[in-house]
Write a protein that binds this ligand. Structure first.
Ligand SMILES: Cc1ncc(COP(=O)(O)O)c(C=O)c1O
Length: 469
């Protein structure tokens, strides 16, 4: 069998953890924590410290974090610039509500809008991504005076009772009414969707799938036909909005055919609807080529929603839109108590500083480019690695029973490989409707040797699994 890969060095010595021990923590978890909070791994991790791309558990074991608390620790655990900004603000002012003016929120609104195209000028701040999408849906309905909203199957736009209607994964829905007025169009997935092949994606790595397209990809146009049918068959005239992620996150790093979203936005705009781009996972330089995922696709959104990486793990979300759309919401009062909170907007402001000073976007392109090419080798080596996809540091590895059927690898086998990676110090995520896609979306500060280590561990875990007697 392959040797256990050696973890790249790290010059941080973690504190000795002296808190509540593992068994006690598990006891409290079982008794007092909501049973919906199902932790990763057959033996959950107790994490006690973090620094940049590294995490430590209660026994001082070090892990390379390739999942960033679900794509949220954007610039690194406890990044010194963000931490210093928070320390400075924490003794000055924590909270007032936006009944009053506070400096950090105003400073941040100006900085954030400077990263966006000129028409997107007005910010609403929220506490989470679900709330940002709730608000984006309310804004688009209010502005258009229409009700119908469209999103794609396999999308995840939130778990609140309003945004969960946009989410189209049965696994994330509960049995209460949701999604009234929301229609889900067929997911344009070039790997396992109805149409797709080896010319679809904006990526150096294409799906390993034959297609009949002559020259350019034709799958995008066919999926667009499905969206047109939803508009024709299900929508009452003018739609309120289309929601889309530039690359699906929870859905397992699914990348649409190249020009699909451009065509979809044009179509919805022609019908008078707004286009909302959900940058909760893809924003802040993660895709490498641009600051925002929509820029990489040549889109002109009317509303952008963001959260997660916005404040490096400090709870916060945002909706940025045009003055006209924002104005439509002024007829009645709107309050969100913590919106623009001084601590959250200070953290968010420091994140933008770090992205600029640390060359974060270029790093995503460089290290992500290397990572996807190395991951693609795993697909060549193993029959159970079906697809490798994504862009920058937003990557997915879809595991299958067998390449010819593309049937998902079953949950027990996924867990075995996942546990094995953890035992060698590698944390990755899982996603997709069937949970059979490993997700690599680390803090945007990893190095080439970290990327190589991650691939070496994945290779060993998959090889041990495949070769076990
Ligand atoms: C693309 C996308 N939008 C929205 C959300 C919801 O964000 P939150 O969990 O902060 O409510 C998520 C969460 O995973 C997401 O991935």
């Amino acid at each position: 069998s392959l040797p256990v890969p050696e973890m790249p060095p790290c010059d941080v010595t973690p504190e000795t953890y002296k808190g509540r021990d593992y068994d006690e923590t598990m006891r409290v978890k079982k008794k007092h924590i909501s049973p919906t909070k199902v932790p990763a791994y057959s033996e959950p991790l107790l994490l006690t410290q973090g620094k940049m791309q590294w995490l430590w558990d209660h026994e001082g074991r070090r892990y390379l974090d390739m999942f960033a608390g679900i794509v949220t620790v954007s610039v690194g655990h406890c990044h010194p610039v963000v931490a210093d900004g928070l320390k400075d603000q924490i003794d000055r002012l924590w909270h007032t509500t936006n009944l009053y003016l506070t400096p950090p929120m105003h400073e941040y609104a100006e900085k954030l809008t400077a990263t966006l195209p000129d028409h997107l000028k007005v910010c609403f701040f929220t506490n989470s991504g679900s709330e940002a999408n709730d608000l984006a849906m309310a804004l688009s309905r209010q502005y258009t005076k229409s009700f119908d909203v469209i999103s794609f199957r396999n999308a995840y736009h939130g778990g609140s009772p309003y945004s969960v209607g946009l989410t189209a994964h049965g696994t994330w829905k509960h049995n209460y009414p949701n999604g009234f007025g929301i229609h889900h169009s067929v997911n344009p997935d070039p790997y396992k969707g109805i149409w797709g092949g080896s010319k679809c994606r904006d990526s150096p790595i294409q799906a390993d799938r034959e297609c009949g397209c002559m020259g350019e990809c034709e799958a995008g146009g066919k999926y667009l036909g499905q969206l047109r049918e939803v508009l024709d068959y299900s929508v009452s005239g003018r739609p309120a909005a289309l929601f889309a992620e530039p690359i699906q996150g929870v859905g397992g790093a699914v990348q649409f055919p190249k020009n699909f979203l451009k065509g979809a936005f044009d179509l919805v705009h022609e019908r008078g609807g707004l286009c909302v781009i959900d940058e909760v996972q893809t924003g802040f330089g993660r895709l490498g080529s641009h600051m925002w995922g929509f820029e990489s696709l040549g889109l002109r959104p009317d509303i952008v929603t963001m959260a997660k990486g916005i404040a490096n793990g400090f709870p916060m979300g945002a909706v940025v839109t045009t003055p006209e759309v924002a104005q439509a919401f002024t007829g009645t009062l709107h309050l969100n108590t913590y919106s623009g909170n001084p601590l959250a907007t200070t953290a968010a402001s420091k994140v933008l500083d770090v992205i600029e000073s640390d060359g974060t976007q270029a790093l995503c392109a460089r290290v992500g480019g290397r990572l996807i090419h190395e991951l693609a080798k795993l697909r060549d080596e193993f029959s159970i690695v079906g697809d490798v996809r994504g862009k920058g540091l937003m990557l997915g590895v879809e595991m299958v029973e067998d390449k010819s059927t593309r049937a998902p690898l079953n949950p027990a086998d996924m867990m075995e490989i996942w546990d094995s990676m953890k035992s060698m110090g590698l944390i990755v995520g899982k996603g997709g409707l069937r949970g059979n896609t490993f997700r690599l979306k680390p803090p945007m500060c990893i190095s080439e040797s970290d990327a190589d280590f991650a691939v070496a561990v994945m290779r060993k875990s998959i090889s041990d699994f495949v070769n076990k007697s």
